[in-house]
Design a binder for this molecule. Structure first.
Ligand SMILES: [Zn+2]
Ligand SMILES: [Zn+2]
Length: 363
């Protein structure tokens, strides 16, 4: 990274390389590009590991809004600080740091002040990739399948020296996305809870709720009973099995992480009175599940709400909690050259929970 440090000192843009998708197919090619220079409040992070999130697959295809190609996805980033701006106080060179789904927001609106920056009411949330950066002349942000990233220190997270750095990256999306509603619904010991969709997000939800002492069930279209057992899940139910259709009024809390078309009303029915269903899985617009409002009215004052990642302060809280309690995702480390293969597995729901790219393979 010596070259980048020199460039930083001259306040010039930072050269970076990554793997980009040049169209809506899951095809990647090496791509050299420039990141904006390191401002007074910015940090430059050398990326060591980046997770593959299911959203990356949708975003490349333009299924979560317009896609800007060439696109470098990746919003689960763990790395090391290699340069800091003159006003940076949170980090010094050599520290470990994480980056999640956002890199900036206005900081002044009501939601930003409450540290729910993902919902910036001025519409100025800059997501980590494929997002217009109003703070840098409207450039389109590029994500973590790359050598480095420059961002405001506020949106970079502190990681201790003893962290399992190769496993930490997926906490930045899969971790916070599930941690946030589990906290919001105040899941606690002894409750009967369930995870719909036992993938990257689902297995993190299960880990958090097992740690809290809840009795966890899980649903998936594939038979993941063995994996479920290893995660401490009490009951695994395959979707469309006979048992699946007999479950009603069973759970205090269900978190749905399913990123495809599914019957959301089936899960609503499984809640007890006053039970809560949190929706965090994000299917494409076409596959958007449809809620049956009538069934809701006759359905015991159950609550359904959605949740999108989590704000900056809660993300740091989640990281501290996860690291302290040794709650890490199950990961398979891959070289970046295996991206396309990994995407196929993720799309089929066959990933061993989370692929994490070892960025050493980039050089
Ligand atoms: Zn994600
Ligand atoms: Zn704002």
């Amino acid at each position: 990274m010596e070259q980048n440090l020199l460039e930083f000192q001259s306040n010039a843009p930072i050269s970076a390389k990554g793997y980009a998708a040049f169209g809506k197919e899951w095809k990647f090619h090496p791509y050299n590009f420039m990141r904006h220079s390191v401002g007074d409040n910015d940090v430059l992070i050398e990326i060591l590991y980046a997770g593959i999130c299911h959203s990356d697959l949708h975003t490349i295809k333009g299924e979560h809004g317009p896609a800007n190609h060439p696109m470098i996805p990746g919003h689960e980033i763990a790395g090391r600080i290699v340069a800091v701006g003159s006003k940076v106080r949170k980090f010094k060179v050599g520290d470990y740091a994480g980056v999640g789904c956002m890199v900036n927001s206005c900081g002044e609106c009501e939601t930003c002040k409450r540290s729910e920056e993902q919902f910036c009411t001025r519409g100025q949330t800059v997501f980590t990739y494929n997002s217009k950066d109003v703070f840098h002349n409207g450039e389109i942000s590029q994500g973590g399948y790359s050598s480095n990233i420059v961002l405001s220190e506020k949106f970079a997270f502190k990681l201790p020296k003893n962290v399992a750095i190769e496993k930490v990256a997926p906490l930045l999306c899969a971790g916070i996305t599930t941690y946030s509603p589990i906290k919001y619904s105040k899941v606690k010991k002894g409750q009967k809870v369930a995870v719909a969709g036992l993938g990257g997000l689902g297995h993190m939800a299960a880990k958090y709720m097992v740690a809290l002492g809840a009795e966890v069930s899980a649903f998936d279209i594939l038979d993941k009973s063995k994996e479920a057992q290893k995660l401490g899940i009490k009951h695994f139910i395959q979707v469309d099995s006979q048992e699946f259709n007999t479950l009603s009024n069973k759970f205090d809390f269900i978190i749905s992480t399913i990123p495809y078309q599914y019957d959301i009303n089936a899960y609503h029915k499984m809640l007890k009175m006053y039970g809560e269903l949190a929706i965090v899985g994000l299917p494409s617009h076409e596959d958007n599940p449809k809620l049956d409002a009538n069934a809701m009215i006759w359905g015991f004052k159950r609550k359904i709400y959605s949740s999108l990642i989590g704000g900056v302060s809660q993300t740091q809280e989640m990281l501290d909690y996860s690291i302290k309690n040794n709650i890490y995702p199950e990961v398979e480390i891959i070289p970046i050259q295996k991206l396309e293969e990994a995407y196929k597995k993720v799309a089929a729901g066959e990933a061993n929970f989370r692929y994490v790219i070892d960025m050493k393979s980039l050089s």
